[in-house]
Design a protein around this ligand. Structure first.
Ligand SMILES: C[S@@+](CC[C@H](N)C(=O)[O-])C[C@H]1O[C@@H](n2cnc3c(N)ncnc32)[C@H](O)[C@@H]1O
Length: 192
């Protein structure tokens, strides 16, 4: 199982956003591209990916949305925004709610999620163009890749994570978040 964490400081934490104005919902357009890049191949869904979305936007941050592609997620590429809206609306206090098969929502911040994954024995890699070249790295079997949205990753958390995580690069150019996910997925596919 490979895992990605997408962090956004502005993505809306309520389902009441306009699906025709995704850029105004804390760049929900980038979230959607990232979901498609993480979970889909051309003719089928991947079955070995967990995607975590951490949203710090208004009105009720933080939110952790999790997609587990080993389950039959009822997702259509045409209505990913609708799925996110429904998940945000179905948040339940004090528990991780499985809204649809493989689709969970709960209140959790970035550091809590990372600490939880580390306890499960996962190696956390921070995607950063100044990191070590992915092509020269041996990756652990249980690995998690952390990425930011167009604003990148939060400085405060990055400072704390420096000591516990490896910084990993896919090259010197700056890619979209969704492009970065495609490249990492491809790199892992080729290693299998
Ligand atoms: C559009 S970039 C963010 C750009 C933002 N201005 C910054 O400086 O972080 C979105 C995310 O993709 C990842 N990314 C983009 N290019 C990368 C590269 N060459 N190597 C590794 N990760 C990259 C990073 O995680 C980044 O936070």
């Amino acid at each position: 199982m490979r895992e990605f964490i997408y962090f956004s400081k502005n993505a809306r934490t309520s389902g009441n956003f306009n699906t025709k104005k995704l850029m105004d919902a804390g760049r929900m357009d980038i979230v959607i591209h990232s979901i498609i890049s993480a979970l889909f191949l051309s003719n089928r869904m991947r079955e070995d990916v967990k995607l975590h979305l951490i949203f710090y936007g208004q009105p009720t941050p933080p939110r952790h949305l999790e997609f587990d592609s080993s389950k039959k997620i009822p997702i259509s590429k045409k209505d990913v925004a609708g799925l996110i809206k429904r998940m945000l609306y179905k948040y339940k206090e004090n528990r991780k709610n499985e809204v649809f098969p493989g689709c969970f929502i709960e209140k959790k911040n970035l550091m809590q999620l990372i600490n939880e994954l580390k306890k499960q024995g996962e190696e956390i890699y921070i995607l950063d163009k100044k990191g070590e070249d992915i092509r020269n790295m041996k990756l652990k079997k249980k690995c998690v890749f952390l990425l930011g949205d167009h604003d990148g990753l939060p400085r405060k958390e990055l400072k704390r994570l420096k000591k516990q995580c490896k910084f990993i690069s896919i090259g010197k150019k700056t890619y979209f978040t969704s492009q970065t996910i495609v490249i990492v997925n491809n790199e892992l596919d080729r290693r299998e």
